[in-house]
Design a protein around this ligand. Structure first.
Ligand code: PMP
Length: 363
């Protein structure tokens, strides 16, 4: 059975070998070296600066969202959430629980975000931080991260991006674009099993944390983890919470693999595969939900007369696992095909799954 959902994604043989071992000690020299290389590689995968701080902590993408929310915002702060779907709703809820005054804007599911509207919202609400989802996994829509950064920077507003379905696949230039926090999780384009929350902070984001009046919960506090990251990067002993000692050596392998390919080539590979999938789908009468679609997944409307669960069942019989609709308004009418990570290096595998989808639900 082949997994073609928008995460978790299939992992490479090298990654599987890296985590399929006896767990090493968190103080073992090889482990510290792998941790150090991983942190350094993250700056290059994120296209961040030498003065940016990467973090690797056991957890999910949702943990990465929460730690970002509570380290950038004090209770009472005004924040703007550019909400594209399910994960925007989740971020807004986290910020509300932190006690922030949350303002939200966003288009109808799948529609384009109007940057002029964002500009007006920034001017009207004067937030301290803008939060946005780079690729919304419930609609397959992608936002213009660079454009959002430019608008926020011009007003001295910090930016934080949920890159869970984007980082390591969609072009992200953290330093050049001026994104202050970009986070993801290990089970998506990075190409590991679930279990790691990964994020990179700009110096301005770290400064905001230091200036908070109300410290975050200890385990979510960037300042709890900062000395650990600094120590591991220098291959020194340190301890706050036990790191996942099999996943981090696998992260080292996965990130080195991306950097060997080169980030330009990684972005191009995903863009080419995304365009190929959409072109085939459209020709077969399967309309993508998103006006500006992501290259990591395609959410498509089920053609008229096609029953979603039956179609996914028929695909399973052919050996392909796809995902159903996720957005509350699109649950019954859409399906989702994930196409990110090392699995799409083999174009014939992409062709086979697309052929199967079209056979089952195309016209
Ligand atoms: N943000 C986005 C855009 C996601 O796609 C997901 C997971 N699908 C999350 C956040 C949450 O990640 P996790 O399931 O690892 O908590």
């Amino acid at each position: 059975m082949e997994l073609w959902i928008p995460g978790p994604v299939p992992v490479s043989e090298a990654v599987r070998q890296a985590y399929g071992v006896e767990p090493p000690s968190h103080l073992a020299p090889d482990f510290k070296a792998a941790f150090s290389r991983s942190l350094q590689a993250m700056r290059r995968v994120w296209l961040a600066g030498d003065d940016h701080q990467p973090f690797v902590v056991a957890g999910t993408g949702t943990l990465a969202m929460e730690t970002t929310a509570v380290n950038l915002v004090d209770p009472g702060d005004r924040v703007l959430v550019v909400n594209l779907g399910l994960f925007g709703d989740r971020m807004a809820e986290m910020l509300a629980r932190r006690g922030a005054r949350v303002f939200q804007i966003g288009p109808a599911p799948g529609a384009d975000l109007d940057l002029a509207e964002v500009e007006r919202a920034l001017d009207e609400h004067a937030p301290t931080v803008l939060f946005a989802t780079h690729v919304d996994t419930s609609t397959g829509a992608r936002v213009d991260v660079q454009g959002l950064c430019a608008l926020a920077q011009a007003r001295g507003v910090l930016t934080a991006f949920d890159g869970v379905c984007a980082t390591g696949a969609e072009r992200t230039e953290q330093q050049a674009w001026g994104a202050d926090v970009v986070f993801t999780a290990s089970q998506k384009a990075i190409g590991l099993p679930a279990g790691l929350a990964l994020w990179v902070c700009s110096p301005a984001a770290m400064a905001r944390r230091r200036a908070l009046k109300s410290p975050p919960p200890l385990v979510l506090d960037w300042l709890s983890w900062l000395p650990i990251m600094v120590a591991y990067e220098a291959e020194q002993n340190s301890y706050f919470g036990t790191p996942p000692t099999t996943l981090i050596p696998a992260l080292d392998v996965a990130l080195a693999d991306l950097l060997d390919e080169g980030m330009e080539a990684v972005f191009a590979r995903h863009a080419q595969v995304g365009a190929y999938v959409r072109e085939r789908f459209v020709a077969a009468g399967i309309r993508p939900v998103a006006q500006t679609p992501a290259n990591t997944l395609t959410a498509g409307y089920l053609p008229e007369g096609v029953d979603g669960p039956a179609a996914l069942g028929a695909l399973k019989e052919r050996g392909f696992v796809l995902a159903g609709g996720l957005h509350p308004l699109l649950k019954q009418t859409t399906f989702r095909l994930g196409h990110m990570g090392t699995v799409i290096r083999d174009r014939s595998r992409v062709e086979r799954v697309v052929d199967a989808v079209i056979e089952v639900m195309g016209r």
